[in-house]
Design a protein around this ligand. Structure first.
Ligand code: NAP
Ligand code: ZN
Length: 334
């Protein structure tokens, strides 16, 4: 069998047609014919080798939806022809303390879908069936794809850090993750503020559930929102004035990072001490989070806003994402 896709051959390189013969299907694996794959900013970090973990040639893509075409001998709970989704994580040991607690996303043996393995900008993938999730019938595949990474990455910290309906939640960066975070937080009942560097996004952000919109490039505006937020989720890949966000927290508040800035975060300790505030982070989500998040999205009509490109136009989609032009997630289609 040959899998055809698109690969970066070198750091920051364009994606070029690429094909490979996968390893034989293992007993716990399924083969999935890919219909859709979202482009997440983490794919850009991998293409640019920002994190020093990329193997080239790299076939990126970890917001995958497709149908099961083959099953290994030990696969249970999935059937040929079934629609499934695959996110950032392709396997875990499933035996360690964290896996047994239901935090597979914290497993030290965690393997990424497109690190050391070819990902979803392709026509097929082979994957551990325990990391292929049935997609609810109510969700079309284009809408489901971005939920597999972007959706769960913003849903999981809201649940894990016990964000309650009465809380005031800020979302920094209204991109792929951020526009989903606005929807999840507002559907959870929170009072939601969008922090954005793009004033043109205001009306759409409000349409997605934001009650307030703050242009965060303006320090005077940021001063006005001091002590207003209980939980702020940062989804930006850029270096912002983090101290101004700590100042925006109410006592006991948290600034949670899911976006990955380039530089280290530098915060004066007093800004944390005085309000008993904290900084935290969150990686993707567990298998339970993914199933729960898909259910919650269906029940609350949460859907990404998508721009579709044929898989062959992958470089156009990547350029739009690099230039912050996407509203709000590019989904590639086979
Ligand atoms: P995205 O679609 O590019 O959105 C990021 C947003 O950040 C932009 O839309 C923009 O929103 C804002 N931004 C602020 N300053 C910016 C600047 N100088 N340049 C570009 N954008 C700027 O990216 P994404 O797919 O949502 O991913 C965001 C981050 O999350 C990435 O670092 C990605 O690797 C990370 N991520 C982490 C996890 C995890 O497990 N923790 C999972 C998935 C992704 P405004 O126009 O509103 O300012
Ligand atoms: Zn991602």
């Amino acid at each position: 069998m040959t899998i055809r896709g698109y690969a970066a051959k070198k750091p920051k390189g364009p994606l070029e047609p690429f094909q490979y013969d996968p390893k034989p299907l293992e007993s716990h694996e399924v083969e999935v014919k890919i219909s859709h794959c979202g482009i997440c900013h983490s794919d850009i970090h991998l293409i640019d080798n920002d994190w020093g973990i990329t193997d080239f040639p790299l076939v990126p893509g970890h917001e995958i939806v497709g149908t099961v075409t083959s099953l290994g001998a030990e696969v249970q709970g999935l059937a040929k022809g079934q629609r499934v989704g695959i996110g950032w994580q392709r396997s875990a040991c499933l035996n360690c303390e964290y896996c047994l607690r239901g935090f597979e996303n914290l497993c030290s043996q965690l393997k990424d879908t497109c690190v050391g393995n070819h990902g979803g900008f392709a026509d097929a993938i082979r994957i551990d069936h325990r990391f292929a999730f049935p997609i609810p019938d109510e969700l079309d595949s284009e809408s489901a794809a971005p939920l597999l990474c972007g959706g769960v990455t913003v849903y999981s910290p809201l649940v894990y850090y016990k964000v309650r309906p009465a809380m005031k939640v800020g979302v920094i960066g209204i991109g792929g993750l951020g526009h989903l975070a606005l929807q999840f937080a507002s559907k959870m009942g929170c009072e939601v503020t969008a922090f954005s560097s793009t004033t043109e996004k205001e009306s759409e952000a409000r349409g997605l559930g934001a009650h307030h919109f703050v242009f965060d490039n303006d320090s005077q505006i940021m001063e006005k929102v001091a002590s207003t937020q209980d939980f702020i989720l940062s989804t930006v890949a850029a270096d912002l004035n983090w101290e101004s966000y700590i100042d925006a927290l109410r006592p006991g508040g948290r600034l949670c990072f899911v976006g990955v800035p380039k530089e280290a975060i530098s915060i004066p300790a007093f800004s944390l001490i005085v309000g008993r505030n904290s900084i935290c982070g969150s990686p993707i989500g567990s298998r339970t989070d993914i199933r729960e998040m898909l259910d919650f999205a269906v029940r609350n009509d949460i859907k990404p806003c998508t721009e579709t490109f044929p898989m062959s136009k992958v470089n156009e989609g990547i350029d739009r994402l690099r230039n912050n032009q996407v509203r709000y997630r590019v989904v590639l289609k086979n």
